[in-house]
Design a protein around this ligand. Sequence first.
Ligand SMILES: [Zn+2]
Length: 300
Amino acid sequence: MRGCVAIAGLAAIAALSPLAARANEAEACTAGTTLTLSTPESSQGSLLRIELKSTKTLAEVQGEWGGRSVPLWSEKGGETQRKGLLAVDLEKAPGEYELKVTGQTASGEKISCSLMVPVRKGLFATEKLQVGKQFVEPSPEQIKRADEERQKLRDIFDHVTPERLWDGKFRIPLDGVTTGSNFGRRRILNGNPGSPHGGADLPGVTGTPVHATQRGRVSLAEELFFSGNTVVVDHGLGVYTFYGHLSEIDVKAGDLVDAGAVLGKVGATGRVTGPHLHWGLTVERARVNPLQIVKLLENE
Ligand SMILES: [Zn+2]
């Protein structure tokens, strides 16, 4: 698999020890409600599914984890249920964080749930490279441009569209591709650790159609310094997907796209060594492995 920066080198896997597993029991809440997670423990960059079930009709329900709100939604016929996504940022400090769900039933009974969710270190590859200085340091103009673009993306991901625009399961954006690589990989250039790789790289030749993983609204469709021709899709509830290095962009900001719509074509624009799709997923500003949402919501 080709990487996202124009440098090649040695790869070493940093093995990290997992913490002890926790029991995966449905946690009781008040008012006949239970809260269940798809897995009892989490690691950096992972995504968990939340299920809230009640014996009573639910009215409003909110979730909060580690100071950030948690997207929760109901599906058809789901007056007594809510689903949600718990997203663990790639660089969230390992530890235990309390998941709190509060709200009330239709009859006004208060709902309150509390669950400690452990976060362990992610198992990510590390690459140590020694390269010429000119490859490590972009020019001041390039740094300024990249900083402005980083802020622009941060502003997009900070905005939470209150309605859910997706409906059903998420797909991998390239036909026939079942996996990706490099999520969380960290490069150490001449002894200096860089930012971890925030998405999955999917293999594809230039010109391969790139499909929207689900329905949403295009938030950004333009050329950026690092990721080249880039499309960002807002799926609502703070869920965004990112598609980078495209050879061409076939949508524009503001477009509402259906699941599977062609957003552009695979390419090698931006800081890359060869054609591939850089696919990212951000949930409530947390960068998580996009491949996980495909499996987590496959029974929708
Ligand atoms: Zn990438």
